[in-house]
Each structure stands twice: as structure tokens, then as C-alpha cells.
Design a protein around this ligand. Structure first.
Ligand code: SAH
Length: 377
């Protein structure tokens, strides 16, 4: 959806650009809220001699789940027709969609330039409706257990492309939580992610019910800490030992764990909200009793909460830990005073569809019930 302008974003510009040029070589880094769509809608409205408030009207309809311009009954009917013919209603087209019996819906979209983007809607018995959103098409990082990390990096998504994932699901259901745990590293596209976050409350998702997950991209963690929006920070940690973490997540060499933990602690000091640590459980790799103790040693229970993630096999050569091993790991963390939960797996019965949705792309089928619940607290 085209986004109406909401004043200059000088605050973020002043906070400094991402220092990610080397990793992002070849990526589109410039687009922020000024997406192609916005320019198209704004220029079309100007060309038609329409008043400035029109683009705000269009956005309010879209944010409430309108399926197209034709539903926007407070716009003159000729204008609705003209816009329908001139401005694409979404920057994304739906390529595939899969529905699980537990209410999970996974969508594979395609951008105007042919890039794959995935997003998931999870519905819970207690009524929560949570979205898992992508920030990039593919990912420039190369975490060895992650299917997105193994596919070719495309580019950063624009704010419109991020919001259009949410708007797609908003058209079928009210939504109230969002996590940036789909494709990509949100901190490497933080301008666009935050621009999208600013709009999420219009769709029904407050900042407190929004979580951004990162591999530990320190400049992004610092910027999020300084941002006034009370967004939850989640850290993908996966190994307390530096050598093992570098093996699993090569980016650890760039941002060593002690520095990442310090940045997360500073985030806690600013926001007073616990940082959620994600820890994917890999059999015989990071799931031993000693590794639980090591993890507990580096995390302050007042500032961190751990969410253990059952591994979703991707053909990477890793095997997921057994439920017994996961429970023992959790018990050891709890015995040492850390809050620890095990992520519920959603959408199991549509796992098979993942391959159909995007040839090599991982779909976030195991997005956290616990994470999402926590994002609300
Ligand atoms: N780049 C960000 C956000 C996207 S990934 C980050 O890494 O935090 C969201 C979470 O899913 C991360 O914790 C990631 O490690 C985890 N993940 C990746 N592949 C997985 C898999 N095959 N099974 C379970 N979790 C996985």
C-alpha cells in the first residue's frame, strides 16, 4: 500500500546510517518511507488536483482491511476508479498461500521486481492474531542452520513492502501482534522496518506488541534503544561459546558476543523491557547440560528471558534436539534463575508446503507462542 507522508524522518537520519555497506553490497539501501508506491499515489493525487488529506484517507481504509480503492466510500467514486486504474493497491502479489489446521496461514509474495517475500499469520486459542514479517528478500548473513541464510540475498524491502505483508493478512483477520522473524536481518534495514512499525498501530498492532529479532547487529540494537517506540528486542544467540557461535553464525566475528550482550543490556536500561533470547536447539551441537550452564552464566535474569526453539529441519545437516533434551536444557536454565520457555510449533501440517512456497526459502513455521505472548507483556 502506498504510504502517506508523515513528516520528515530527520531524527533517524541524525542517528546515523547503518554501517553495513560491506555486507550489503549490491543491496538497495536508500528506500525508506519514500517507496515507489508513495510517490506514485502522491503524484497521482497531485496530478488530479486532489487535496493533501486524500492519501491519509486511503491509508486509513487500507489499515482497516479494505480490499481495494472501490471500498473507500468517503472518496469520490470517480477518484476511486481512477486510482484503481493507476496505482497498484499492493506492492506485493501473492504467489502461494498455505493454511494449516491450527489456523496458521503462510504466504509467499513476489515484489514488483520478482523477489520472493514470506510472511505468516498465526491464530491462537486465546484470540491473539500474530504476524511474522520479513524485512529483506533473502538474507546477506549466512547462519549455517538457516535456510534463508543459504539462499541468495535479494535486497532490503521498502516500508510499503513490509506493511503490505501485514495488510494482506489484515484483510482476512484482525491482527494484534507482530514479530520480525521472517526472512532477513531487520537491523540491516532498520529505517524501513521502523517506518513500517510506525504504521502498525493503525493496523491494530501496538509497539509494545511488536518485536524485532536480530543476530546481534550492534548499531541496530543501539538505534532501537534510542528510538522512542517501545518495541521489544529479541536476540538470536544460539551458542554461549564464541567458537561455536561463529561456526553457526559467522557474523559473530564482526560483533562478538560480549559486545552484543552489553548492547542488549543497554537496551534494557533504556526500555526497561526484557530482551528475549532465541536459542535454536541443535542435537549434539548446542544442547548439552554444560552449554545450558554456560548460557545461564552470561545472561542476567533481570534483563533476559530465553525462548528455546525446536529446530525446523532445512536439509542443512543439523538435527533438532529431542523434546527430552530441550526440557532438560530449560530446567537447567530455570534452576539457575533464568526465565525459559519452549517455543510452540505452529503450522506443522503445512510444513510440506514450504518447498512449494519458495524453492529454498525457510518459512517461519515455528514462530513463538511464547515470544508473542511476551511481546504483549
Ligand atoms: N535475522 C533475524 C530474524 C530472522 S530469523 C534473526 O536471526 O534473529 C528468526 C529466528 O528463526 C532466528 O532466531 C533464527 O535463528 C531462527 N531460525 C532460523 N532457521 C531456523 C530453523 N530452521 N528452525 C528454527 N528456527 C530457525
Amino acid at each position: 500500500m502506498a504510504l502517506p507522508r508523515r513528516g520528515p524522518r530527520t531524527r533517524r537520519a541524525a542517528a546515523g546510517g547503518d554501517s553495513n555497506a560491506s555486507v550489503l553490497s549490491g543491496a538497495t539501501t536508500s528506500a525508506t518511507i519514500d517507496s515507489v508506491d508513495l510517490q506514485l499515489l502522491d503524484s497521482k493525487l497531485t496530478e488530479l488536483g486532489e487535496p493533501r488529506y486524500r492519501s491519509g484517507q486511503v491509508w486509513r481504509w487500507a489499515a482497516r482491511g479494505a480490499a481495494g480503492f472501490s471500498e473507500m466510500s468517503d472518496l469520490p467514486i470517480e477518484l476511486r476508479d481512477t486510482l484503481a486504474g493507476a496505482v497498484p493497491f499492493s506492492s506485493l502479489t501473492v504467489e502461494r498461500e498455505a493454511r494449516a489446521s491450527d489456523g496458521t496461514v503462510k504466504a509467499l509474495f513476489c515484489t514488483a521486481d520478482g523477489r520472493p517475500v514470506e510472511a505468516v499469520l498465526m491464530r491462537y486459542r486465546d484470540g491473539r492474531r500474530s504476524l511474522c514479517l520479513s524485512s529483506q528478500s533473502g538474507c546477506p548473513l549466512t547462519c549455517t542452520f538457516c535456510a534463508t541464510g543459504q539462499m541468495k540475498f535479494g535486497r532490503n524491502l521498502t516500508a510499503s513492502e513490509i506493511l503490505d505483508q501485514a495488510l494482506h493478512f489484515r484483510r482476512v483477520s484482525e491482527v494484534d501482534h507482530a514479530v520480525f522473524m521472517g526472512m532477513g536481518e531487520p537491523m540491516m534495514n532498520l529505517d524501513n522496518v521502523l517506518a513500517a512499525c510506525e504504521r502498525l498501530p493503525d493496523i491494530g498492532i501496538s509497539h509494545r506488541r511488536t518485536a524485532i529479532s536480530t543476530i546481534g547487529w550492534i548499531p541496530g540494537i543501539e538505534r532501537l534503544a534510542a528510538d522512542p517506540m517501545p518495541i521489544r528486542l529479541a536476540l538470536s544467540l544460539h551458542a554461549a561459546d564464541e567458537t561455536l557461535r561463529t561456526e553457526l553464525m559467522p557474523v559473530n566475528e564482526r560483533y562478538p558476543l560480549p559486545d552484543v550482550i552489553a548492547a542488549c543490556e543497554a537496551h534494557y536500561e533504556h526500555k526497561r523491557r526484557k530482551v528475549f533470547v532465541e536459542y535454536v536447539m541443535l542435537a549434539g551441537v548446542n544442547d548439552s547440560f554444560a552449554q545450558a550452564a554456560q548460557l545461564a552464566d552470561i545472561l542476567d535474569p533481570r534483563r533476559f528471558k530465553v525462548n528455546l526453539i525446536p529446530y525446523n529441519p532445512t536439509g542443512s545437516g543439523y538435527t533438532g534436539s529431542s523434546p527430552k533434551a530441550i526440557a532438560a536444557f530449560r530446567d537447567e536454565l530455570e534452576r539457575r534463575g533464568l526465565d525459559a520457555t519452549v517455543r510452540l510449533t505452529r503450522g506443522r501440517d503445512i510444513d510440506a508446503a514450504c518447498g512449494q512456497l519458495a524453492a529454498r526459502a525457510r518459512l517461519a513455521v515455528t514462530v513463538a507462542e511464547a515470544d508473542v505472548a511476551g511481546a504483549a507483556t
